[in-house]
Design a binder for this molecule. Structure first.
Ligand SMILES: Nc1ncnc2c1ncn2[C@@H]1O[C@H](COP(=O)(O)OP(=O)(O)OP(=O)(O)O)[C@@H](O)[C@H]1O
Length: 379
């Protein structure tokens, strides 16, 4: 079964006190990443699209097929939706060989043994697991098993592939290999298939998806092209996963006034109307940290935004040390600095004597700051 076409879904569902209301569109051949903090409703959305959960309102269409239409009482069962699901665990049939696992879908759709085996071999070759065909699942590594599971999902010719954190359980070697394989098949230009990927990793979103939605507390709070959303995040969650600093406030000419009344200068303001809710975004690599008080600050020139703070914590982050900033209780006017991160070279951390609890001055050059309109309501 390959219904083809894109996905259009509007889903409303409640689970206890939690309410999800989200709409999702994926064009034919497109891949959408769904990001969001724990408990924001990602799995619930996925389950409604897969047909595993009945929404209380809304509809799901894939290509020209209506899979769910609450108003009309339509609910196609999961196995007849033409949707493939791959989660963190491969969930292969333990007593079947890898090849028989992959051939399962074609066989179930009525293909003869030889034809199903041919389809299975083609997919296993594409996913670089053909040489594992005769192995049983317990003879596969985690990464190999997950690639076989992906082959099994795709051999079923789904019109939509739902990927729920498919790399999360893989180790540091297997993860990148699986990401590369996934990227190849998701981007193979096959307009008969679209994809939806739930992930916590911005790298997955950047490398595997064209567009992204961010869920927060059951609502879509950001949506757009992946690069644009991650380059200009409008919610603290997106900024954190994108590794960027984000300060909320209202736009003023040439910058942003924080909720505490501090004014940050920015190099670009993205056409945000003065007075509207806005966020200032800047990377940790552009935040300078110096010991001492603002009055003694180096680098707090006219075009730099500065505040007095304390070092809250230091943690290794690749080749740099990520310094997390806190604010002493007697400096409420610098509250915007709280929670910022600065990436500092290890040698500089030693030279400056940075340690948790030490007072520091934080400076952010206006050149590094972009101001973007903030998301202000439910979609
Ligand atoms: N069994 C349940 N009964 C009632 N409410 C539930 C149940 N499971 C989840 N919920 C509610 O639904 C909300 C959304 O859960 P969901 O699993 O969809 O979030 P998620 O974004 O996938 O989270 P995670 O990233 O942790 O997997 C939760 O915040 C919780 O309040």
């Amino acid at each position: 079964m390959n219904p083809g076409g894109g996905l259009d879904a509007t889903v409303e569902v409640t689970r206890g006190d939690f309410r999800l209301r989200a709409d999702v569109g994926i064009p034919p051949g497109g891949v959408l990443a769904v990001l969001g903090p724990n408990g924001s409703g990602k799995s619930t959305l996925l389950e409604c699209i897969a047909g595993l959960r009945h929404p209380h309102g809304g509809s799901v269409t894939l290509g020209d097929r209506t899979l769910t239409d609450v108003a009309r009482g339509v609910h196609i069962p999961p196995h007849r939706r033409g949707i493939g699901v791959l989660g963190q665990a491969p969930l292969l049939f333990p007593h079947c060989t890898a090849q028989d696992n992959v051939a399962f879908g074609p066989r179930a759709r009525g293909a003869g043994r030889a034809a199903a085996r041919k389809v299975a071999r083609e997919w296993m070759e594409r996913l670089a697991v053909a040489e594992l065909a005769a192995r049983k699942p317990h003879q596969l590594s985690g990464g190999q098993a997950q690639r076989v599971a992906l082959a099994r999902t795709l051999a079923d010719e789904p019109g939509l592939v739902l990927l729920d954190e498919p790399l999360a359980a893989l180790d540091a070697d297997a993860g990148p290999a699986m990401r590369a394989v996934l990227g190849r098949v998701l981007r193979d230009g096959d307009a008969a298939r679209c994809g939806l990927l739930v992930t916590h990793d911005p790298l997955d979103a950047l490398t595997l998806a064209d567009s992204v939605i961010v869920l927060s507390d059951g609502a879509v709070v950001e949506r757009g092209a992946t690069r644009e959303v991650l380059a200009a995040p409008r919610t603290p969650f997106t900024a954190r996963i994108a590794g960027l600093n984000l300060v909320t406030g209202r736009a003023v000419a040439g910058g942003l006034r924080t909720v505490d009344g501090a004014v940050l200068s920015a190099a670009s303001c993205d056409g945000v109307p003065v007075g509207s809710p806005a966020v200032a975004v800047f990377p940790p690599g552009n935040v300078a940290v110096h010991p001492g008080h603002p009055a003694q600050g180096r680098g707090a020139g006219n075009h730099s935004n500065s505040g007095s703070a304390v070092v809250e914590s230091l943690e290794p982050h690749g080749s740099v040390v990520r310094v997390r900033i806190g604010v002493p209780h007697d400096s409420p006017e610098h509250a915007w600095v709280a929670g910022l991160t600065a990436d500092v070279a290890p040698a500089a951390v030693a030279e400056l004597g940075l340690e948790p609890g030490h007072p520091v001055e934080v400076a952010v050059p206006a050149d590094a700051v972009g101001v973007h309109e903030a998301f202000t309501g439910r979609s």
